[in-house]
Ligand binder design. Structure first.
Ligand SMILES: Cc1ncc(COP(=O)(O)O)c(C=O)c1O
Length: 389
């Protein structure tokens, strides 16, 4: 008789990415000869900037492949800190920067630092799913607060206050957000910081898409709360998803404990990636990624009006990242089925809302504009023909 190990209960509570299933179905159709426009993918289509690749190759050739400090290379920590001063106008001491294996590891470290069993982290629904799963893995309770277009699909100070309880430990805000691409306005972020502090909680802000801001100047939450944990990444703005490199800006008194956790969980962030990332802050690399930011903005400016014209509900203009979160109630009340039908009928791959939470998830889909404008135009033409049937 087959004996099977009993698995920890938490495993059953971690949902798979439905977008991966969409991708598998899309690839199967492609293998059968169909042409598919991919709007399900959550990473930039642009290659890693050439100066970064060159720096990596030089570093590897020179033998720079050994473990670093768990906190990261001192020169990279200093470069990230300087970027906050030059780009966001906030001074950050290099000692507060912890380089991590992607912002994924950054989120995991911060949650491991803060969350005891059954303690709550408040977060928005819809939101990036891994964050709530990290809390769950640590036996905490991700407390999802439904958000709607009224608040730009973001938490507000009022929502935080209304949902706070004695077991609440902190609040996670992602701005700009995945899947909605919306940003917490400055004044609201200041109120959120004030409220969380007054409640005795800890604010964590996921700013992985902050570099990809399209309307106005990007503002880091550090401008309002020097005591917040800021999580960010080289993945999106610097087009380095597979290099697995991110960072935390932490209050200085917590750095030692975060270092301890990083040492134990993964020893150090990837060394060749860190040496490569030093080239991110060269003027020539910044010029490349700035040009790409403008290309993303142009894509957004094409896509959003075109989708609205087709009947998709986009009540809030997304202001960052590369996602559009669209209401499909004009066409369907089942986003999973809608995505399947659009994939098969129109050859356009989308992500169903169920990947991002429960709140009105069946009424929404996410479009990624990680494809060029000719492909976006092709997607719109296909959707128009499909929806007309
Ligand atoms: C909001 C958000 N946070 C964090 C991540 C994790 O990214 P990485 O680990 O590549 O930095 C993602 C990836 O899509 C994301 O969308």
């Amino acid at each position: 008789m087959e004996t099977r190990a009993r698995l920890a209960a938490r495993v059953a509570e971690i949902a798979p990415f439905h977008v991966m299933e969409v991708q598998t179905a899309a690839r199967a159709l492609e293998a059968a000869g169909r042409s598919i426009v991919h709007m399900e993918i959550g990473e930039p289509d642009f290659p890693t900037p050439a100066p970064v690749i060159d720096a990596a190759q030089r570093a590897i050739a020179a033998g720079g492949v050994y473990y670093t400090s768990a906190l990261g290379l001192p020169e990279l920590r200093a470069a990230i800190a300087a970027h906050y001063a030059t780009h966001y106008g906030v001074p950050v001491a290099p000692e507060r920067v912890i380089v991590t294996a992607g912002s994924s590891a950054a989120l995991l470290l911060v949650m491991a630092l803060l969350v005891n069993r059954d303690e709550r982290i408040l977060l928005a629904d819809p939101g990036y799913p891994c964050t709530r799963h990290f809390v769950r893995v640590l036996e905490g309770e991700p407390y999802a607060i439904p958000v709607s277009a009224d608040s730009g699909y973001q938490l507000t100070a009022q929502l935080i206050e209304q949902n706070w309880s004695p077991s609440s430990r902190g609040v996670l805000v992602a701005s700009p957000s995945n899947p909605t691409g919306t940003t917490v306005p400055r004044a609201e972020m200041a109120r959120i910081a004030h409220t969380v502090r007054a409640l005795g909680g800890q604010l964590i802000v996921d700013e992985i898409y902050l570099g990809l801001t399209y309307d106005g100047e990007p503002v880091s939450a550090l401008a309002f709360d020097d005591d917040a944990f800021i999580v960010s990444s080289f993945s999106k703005y610097f087009n380095m998803t597979g290099w697995r490199l991110g960072w935390i800006v932490a209050p200085e008194r917590h750095v030692r404990d975060l270092e301890k956790l990083a040492q134990n969980l993964y020893i150090s962030p990837p060394t060749p990636s860190q040496r490569a990332a030093l080239a991110c802050f060269l003027p020539e690399t910044l010029a490349i990624v700035e040009e790409r930011r403008l290309a993303f903005r142009a894509r957004r400016d094409f896509l959003v009006p075109a989708l609205r014209e087709l009947g998709f509900g986009i009540p809030v203009m997304p202001s960052g990242g590369f996602f559009v979160y669209a209401d499909i109630t004009k066409f369907s009340d089942d986003s999973e089925r809608f995505c399947r039908e659009v994939l098969e009928g129109a050859g356009v791959a989308l992500t169903p809302g169920i990947d991002f939470g429960r709140h009105r998830a069946a009424d929404h889909v996410r479009f990624s504009y990680t494809i060029g404008e000719p492909q976006l135009a092709e997607a719109i033409a296909r959707l128009r023909a499909f929806l007309r049937r």
